[in-house]
Design a protein around this ligand. Sequence first.
Ligand code: FES
Length: 145
Amino acid sequence: MYSEKVIDHFTNPRNVGEIENASGIGTVGNAKCGDIMRMYLDIDEQGVIKDVKFKTFGCGAAVATSSMATELVKGKTVQEALTVTNKAVMEALDGLPPVKVHCSLLAEEAIHAALWDYAEKSHIVIKGLEKPSDDIAEIVGDEEY
Ligand code: FES
C-alpha cells in the first residue's frame, strides 16, 4: 500500500524539531481528521532557506510528506520553494494511496504559511504566493477520509 520511501520517511523522519527565532513559522491543520503540521524556516539575507524543521501531529502519510517536503525546500530560494507542491512531494515519495493524497496538502500549505509569515515579517512580497489557508479541509472539500 505504501512505497518504501513513504515507510522510510515515516519511520525515520528528517528535520523534526523547532527552530528558535525562525524567519517564518507556518501552522496548518485539517479540521476533518484533526491533524496539524507546523513548519519552521530559517532564511538568510539572500532569501535562501538555510534550515527547516517541522512538527506533525498526524497520520503516517502526513509525517512522511512533511519530512520529504523539508528535504525538498532545504537550500532553495523562497521563490524556488513555491515549486514544492504536494504533487512534487508525492512524486518524490513514489506516490501515495489515493485516500491519503489530502495529507500531502498539509505539507504544501505549511510551507506556504511559513513563507507567508516570513514575507509579512520582512515586509516583502513573494511573487505567486497566495495567503494560505490554516485549515486544508476548506481546500479538500468533501473527499473521503
Ligand atoms: Fe489527516 Fe492524513 S493528514 S489523515
